[in-house]
Ligand binder design. Sequence first.
Ligand code: FAD
Length: 460
Amino acid sequence: MLRICRALCSRAGAPSRDWQPLSFDGSAFHHKTTAELARAFLVLRLCAWPPVVTHGLALQSWSQRLLGSRVSRALLRASMYGQFVAGETTEEVRDCVQKLQGLGLRPLLAVPIEEEPDSAAKTGESWYEDNLRAMLRCVEMSRGLVETPGPTGNSIMQLRMTALTSIRLCKELTSWMRKAGSSSELSPEKLAEAMDSGQSLQISFLNAEQNRHLQASLSRLHRMAQKAHAQHVQLLVDAEYTFINPALSLLVAALAARWNRPKEGGPLVWNTYQAYLQDTHERLRREAEAARRAGLAFGVKLVRGAYMEKERMVARLQGTEDPTQPDYEATNRSYSQCLELMMNQVSLHGPMCHLMVASHNEESVHQATRRMWDLGIPVDGPVCFGQLLGMCDHVSLSLGQAGYAVYKSIPYGSLEEVIPYLIRRAQENRSVMQGARREQMLLSQELWQRLLGRSPRVSY
Ligand SMILES: Cc1cc2nc3c(=O)[nH]c(=O)nc-3n(C[C@H](O)[C@H](O)[C@H](O)COP(=O)(O)OP(=O)(O)OC[C@H]3O[C@@H](n4cnc5c(N)ncnc54)[C@H](O)[C@@H]3O)c2cc1C
């Protein structure tokens, strides 16, 4: 059995006896047209320039004033939007997904909705109900667009909890959860029961309005999970800021208690773990163990974490301890340890335990493929990879061509909805945009080769 798995784990072509690292040298770019490569090069160059990211929204409104709305929109569509977004209509998204599938990649649709933590809180339930409708449409699209779902027969999509429940409520729940000895009133099982039965919960430390919002939020999450379950779409819940993450994890645990039972066939609801937080490895170990003891399937999206600057700023302003790792190397070590832990969990508990290695970091991807080989985990099994649309194609394409399950996180929607979302993501991921230098170098190499008329490299 292990031999068969190892053969599957090897690169396409003749199986070799030792693990062979994939080559991320840009040879996979031969699948792309010259126009696509030129756009990727220009956009990534532009995004690596700090003033463009810092003043992105202001630049967008100046360009509208100077060039007029039509020209400005056309420019954005041909650049940032075209590079990082699937499109606006179902047809556009379908075209993008089909193209990805032709390259051996799979879609991980993401609805670009979010409540800004600093903005005035959204009032009323209608904003969240509109978001729920958009998320339910996303479930249908995720199912409908995929020709070949993953090995479990499931498609996957990203879910941002704060599109369905308010940041203010999550903050309130988190600060209460952090108080010693206050864990019995809000157990995942109690919330799961309230979701299932629709019966009203009265939490003593919340006021009447907050209790109503909690009830409405639980109902939205329940409707979302029901639909996802019916359509065989797994929900990968995003991790956000430490001042709300415990509440988000509580809601994930409540959903998991109901929907990740063994009879459901693998984890319907996955949580995201951010390796840049100091306590993540320990928390991951505890939660993997708790899921195993409860007999629940466990799904993990492992990321480094996107909100480092904000986390540090909040800690400075509040005079609290910085929750993030002290430097990039410490985050890398933490990622590597979490990856190791999860690979062992997957090899021990197979289909009950799933992992997405959501990273553009070549070292992390090599570590994952090597450990899959060592442990005999099949390339298209419970471990998959995740990268953002328009980024790190040299890694995604090489993985996809070698038969690994690779998902591209795909935002979609109108220009007005998506551009502010993209600029915020770029601001949060400054170090990533600047770190895309190797990709730029590989893109420029490939473009020069084509301009000089040399045949593209083919390495498979
Ligand atoms: C499919 C997908 C889903 C994602 N979902 C989420 C999510 O739900 N929540 C979320 O927070 N992020 C999410 N991200 C973003 C992710 O957390 C990272 O910001 C991004 O992927 C960059 O990390 P990397 O491993 O790709 O690459 P790298 O470029 O190797 O790592 C950059 C990261 O290292 C860390 N880092 C950089 N400098 C320092 C420093 N001085 N000290 C400590 N740490 C440092 C930061 O986390 C930074 O983002 C997602 C990414 C992908 C691809």
